[in-house]
Design a protein around this ligand. Structure first.
Ligand code: ZN
Length: 109
């Protein structure tokens, strides 16, 4: 069996908007002038490894929510609700842990 390569976004840089307009995505510290997402190179590296690991966990569930979403006049696939709940729970839990870690790091800004 040959390997399938189907990632059309592989060559695109990360262009998602920052979590906040004024604070670092990773440590939640204030952004220096001219910086849009991270306050330092270390925060950028830490954020990127975090998002890579989180992406691997959540991506299959995200794809299921799109592949099995309800279409007009048809029912959603059997895995749709489970995947939708899983995406919500993983996102909520991850944001909560991230904010707790940020509060600890910034002394509860
Ligand atoms: Zn930072």
């Amino acid at each position: 069996m040959s390997r399938v390569k189907v990632d059309p976004y592989r060559s695109e840089p990360e262009m998602a908007p920052p979590l906040s307009e004024r604070f670092c995505n990773w440590c939640d510290g204030p952004l220096p002038r001219g910086k849009a997402r991270y306050c330092s190179e270390q925060c950028k590296k830490d954020w990127q490894s975090f998002i890579t690991a989180f992406g691997k966990r959540i991506a299959p569930w995200l794809l299921i929510t799109r592949a099995q979403r309800p279409r007009t006049g048809k029912e959603a696939g059997p895995a749709y609700s489970k995947a939708q709940n899983r995406v919500r729970d993983m996102t909520d839990e991850t944001l909560s842990r991230l904010r707790t870690a940020q509060r600890r790091a910034t002394g509860g800004r």
